[in-house]
Design a protein around this ligand. Structure first.
Ligand code: EPU
Length: 421
């Protein structure tokens, strides 16, 4: 297993370009199952999760190839699907495999998808996905760890989410586009990744209203067509790098972003005392010397994202005073706390709150990555810490950050990857 070695304390300077968003690309890849013909997808990030999803599509019978002129362009043709099963070996590696359920049932009238288990950040059930499909006329059976879904034809339904679910909204939207009649998703997710999927489906011929609001209306159509589509920039990757000057000092310019997707993050980071200047597609962040404590509560979009909770905790560990970070989305997303403590952070957990008392400095130590965003927080902590931090379990990072160590090394971070066999 590879590990990252970081020598902390070097202020950052330069520009980082943001890649396509993992969590936008995955549902868009799933949407190519909805119809035959060739899709061309641009700005696909090079990530382990994307490779896993491509493996899944290929298993189902899609033909997938990268455009040789440009390593981030994919052509996908799902004209001849030969299977309707997402096997345990792939779902176990990536929960987002569940996103094939909606498109497969809509296109083929049947699907067999392994149930994802719990994961490092919480139990993460899929009951909203299943309840919604049942309301649309799908017969579901749970057998040997698999959901077996069958329908003689999807019908539109009114579906209420107890909590706005990102992949739940995406799955049901993809089922609804080919259903008979109108579906209404109430208390739906409003994340930019949901909106861009809905826009792509509309471009394919779907009739969708209310994207970006909490009520989405989908009028089913008989047919869809393949399209060319560009993946939006990754707001979580951008947010992670926006915090890096807060940890290591210095100034960064983050390019190729949609600034409007980062309003909550910009506002929070400004409150910590970081100087932030923006235009539509780039953000400049400068550390002016001291960080102030702020309280943070994770919320569905447009609130502060849970996917940046671990990263902002690093800044609060170095800020003056006391802050409270409340995680309201996932019940177990504090695995990074024990590792940050190994670097000298003063953090106490009380239920869903982390109470952080800023310390003057962190000190390098060996730490262990436990999940994707926790790993990113350890990288930020390593950049801030005095001495050397060695992070093992780096495969978690490779799932969701394209070329992280190259991007950071190019802006003066002292970070290298040690290959372990
Ligand atoms: N929930 C249920 N039942 C369901 C679905 C969700 O109770 O059927 C609960 C979850 O347990 C959680 C809340 O609803 O408490 C919201 O979860 P959501 O369904 O929105 O999460 P998700 O769709 O599984 C996506 C991202 C996550 C991100 C969350 C929240 C993808 C592929 N994954 O997950 O990304 O944290 O939304 O924004 O889009 C990551 O990239 O590191 C990551 C974990």
């Amino acid at each position: 297993m590879d590990q990252l070695v970081i020598e902390g304390g070097h202020p950052l300077k330069g520009t980082i370009r943001i890649s396509g968003a993992k969590n936008a690309a995955l549902p868009i890849l799933a949407a190519t199952l909805l119809t035959g013909g060739t899709f061309r997808l641009r700005n696909i990030p090079k990530l382990l999760d994307i490779d896993t999803f491509i493996e899944l599509l290929t298993d189902l019978g899609s033909r997938v190839r990268y455009n040789s002129d440009n390593g981030s362009d994919l052509c996908i043709d799902s004209s001849d699907l030969s299977d309707h099963e997402a096997p345990y070996k792939l779902v176990r590696r990536m929960r987002a495999s569940i996103l094939v359920l909606g498109p497969l049932i809509a296109r083929l009238g049947r699907a067999r998808v392994s149930l994802p288990g719990g994961c490092a950040i919480g139990a993460r059930p899929i009951d909203f996905h299943l309840k919604g499909l049942e309301l649309m006329g799908v017969n579901l059976q749970l057998k040997e760890g698999y959901v077996e879904a069958r329908t003689r034809g999807l019908t539109g339904a009114r579906i209420y989410f107890d909590i706005p679910s990102v992949t739940g909204t995406e799955n049901l939207m993809m089922a609804g586009v080919l259903a008979r009649g109108t579906s209404v998703l109430v208390n739906a997710a409003r994340e930019p990744e949901v909106v861009t999927l809905g826009q792509m489906l509309s471009h394919m011929g779907a009739k969708i209203r209310g994207l970006g609001s909490s009520t989405i209306e989908i009028e089913g159509v008989k047919e869809l067509r393949p399209v060319d589509w560009e993946i939006i920039p990754d707001r979580i990757e951008a947010g992670t790098y926006m915090m890096a000057p807060g940890a290591a000092g210095g100034r960064l310019i983050i390019k190729d972003v949609i600034t409007g997707h980062l309003e909550a993050v910009i506002s929070k980071l400004r409150s910590t005392g970081l100087q932030i200047d923006t235009d539509k597609t780039s953000i400049s962040i400068k550390n002016r010397g001291t960080l102030r404590s702020v309280d943070v509560k994770t919320l569905p979009y447009p609130g502060f994202p849970t996917d940046l909770q671990a990263q902002i905790m690093v800044l609060m560990s170095l800020a003056s005073g006391l802050s409270v970070i409340t995680e309201t989305i996932f019940e177990n997303r504090f695995m990074h706390v024990a590792e940050l403590r190994r670097l000298g952070a003063d953090i106490r957990i009380e239920g869903r709150n982390a109470i952080i008392k800023g310390v003057r400095r962190l000190n390098g130590a060996p730490v262990m990555a436990t999940d994707l965003r926790a790993s990113a927080s350890l990288v930020l902590a390593g950049l801030a810490a005095r001495g050397t931090t060695t992070i093992s379990g780096v495969h978690h990072l490779d799932r969701g950050y394209e070329c992280m160590e190259q991007k950071l090394a190019a802006v003066n971070a002292k970070i290298t990857r040690e290959k372990r066999v």
